[in-house]
Write a new protein. Structure first.
Length: 287
């Protein structure tokens, strides 16, 4: 696979030269491949949000580089501006950033900044709204009249209306009920499939990343100690616990069953995998 976005020896220091100096990232080498669904996990303050804000140029590295399709996004102002449209970032609790009079205007904000013609802006607004299950009659309403879940959809629609090649979402399901969370995740997966986009998900939910992501990147104390498939990462149970993280509940159950002497593969991290493993074990036992 070819990296669409990567960092090389990326470091970031807040409040340099003051008593409040804090090293948020330390020589980070990170990459996301074209079309990949990747998740970044880490405890609060580990550097997750700082990293993703570098990927579309919201933060400038203290040292190191951010490369989009192999080119430094800070090589000139035009490259930085272009990166902010090609790499879309949905913040945690994005509904707090809604500000326009109508849902339509809020979704149209990004495409207008791209200086697209009015017909193309209209096409993108209506496509993005439909994509996140917003009705046409809601477009002329104030975003503040709608529910929390609908506001979240508006904010996501405003980013995908720019049709970014890389879509980054920082805790997109935080505060939503299970039904709302599942719906938002389906929207994200559908966007990836339709646009062949790269998805970077920042999440505290081990169950969520286990179900959605193909690869996990762990951030701890401003560095990346390890990364890999969900099965590979969740095999580091003790290390994850020391970092203030954990493993999915179903994985913990299977580890315990293994410790109790059952001949069962503990590298299970979704309910679907657990069901398949149990059924397979039952079938084998009946043979």
């Amino acid at each position: 696979m070819n990296p669409i976005i990567q960092t090389r020896q990326l470091s970031h220091v807040y409040s340099e030269g003051t008593p409040f100096r804090r090293e948020a990232l330390r020589q980070i080498d990170f990459h996301a491949d074209e079309g990949e669904f990747l998740a970044i996990i880490g405890h609060t303050g580990s550097g997750k949000s700082t990293l993703v804000q570098h990927l579309n140029g919201l933060l400038k590295p203290t040292s190191g580089k951010v490369l989009l399709r192999g080119e430094d996004i800070w090589r000139d102002p035009k490259a930085t501006r272009a990166a902010r449209f090609e790499v879309g970032l949905v913040f945690q609790y994005p509904e707090h950033q809604l500000f326009e009079e109508t849902v339509y205007k809020d979704i149209a904000f990004g495409p207008r900044n791209m200086k697209l013609d009015p017909d193309e802006i209209d096409r993108r607004v209506r496509w993005a709204a439909k994509f996140v299950d917003l009705r046409d009659d809601q477009l002329e309403k104030s975003p503040f009249e709608l529910s929390g879940g609908q506001k979240r959809r508006i904010a996501i629609a405003g980013v995908i209306a720019m049709e970014p090649s890389v879509l980054i979402l920082d805790e997109p399901t935080a505060g939503l009920d299970p039904v709302g969370s599942e719906s938002i995740m389906e929207n994200i997966k559908n966007y990836r499939q339709e646009k062949h986009a790269t998805i970077i998900l920042v999440s505290h939910s081990m169950e969520e990343v286990a179900k959605a992501a193909e690869r996990l990147v762990v951030i701890n104390d401003a560095a990346i100690p390890f990364s890999g498939t969900p099965a590979e990462v969740f095999s580091h149970d003790d290390e994850l616990r020391q970092m203030g993280l954990g493993i999915p509940q179903v994985t913990r159950v299977f580890h315990r069953l293994r410790e109790m002497g059952l001949d069962i593969d503990p590298s299970v991290y979704t309910i679907e995998q657990a069901k398949a493993a149990i059924l397979a074990k039952g079938g084998a036992a009946s043979c």
